[in-house]
Write a protein that binds this ligand. Structure first.
Ligand SMILES: [Zn+2]
Length: 106
């Protein structure tokens, strides 16, 4: 199955494990990183890194347990959001702003 990165539409790389398959995109321009995990064909989690001129923003969604985590940079604490955050992949600037808003109001 050929799956494509929802952000840049490039073909996702795959890593087949016993119980799941990981898909990931390492953008050549380093503007983002996308990965998700399928268990028996079902998306169980997804992680995005958006890299701007001066910050790195992360969003992780756990579809199975229905929560999201948001954090900034490598060291900062993760903020838990008790819902599934559905990003608009076509507008990375809006996504970055959404993540920043969660960080500010947490
Ligand atoms: Zn991509």
């Amino acid at each position: 199955m050929n799956r494509r990165c929802p952000i840049c539409k490039e073909k996702l790389s795959t890593q087949h494990m016993t119980d799941y398959v990981d898909y990931f995109c390492n953008a050549k321009d380093n503007s983002h990183h996308y990965s998700d995990r399928l268990v028996k064909g079902q998306k169980t989690m997804m992680k995005i890194r958006v890299t701007g001129p001066k910050d790195k923003l992360f969003l992780m969604v756990n579809y199975k347990d229905k929560y999201s985590e948001i954090w900034e940079g490598a060291e900062s604490a993760r903020i838990r959001v008790d819902q599934i955050v559905n990003p608009n992949y076509d507008d990375m600037e809006a996504l970055a702003n959404k993540i920043k808003t969660y960080l500010v109001f947490s």
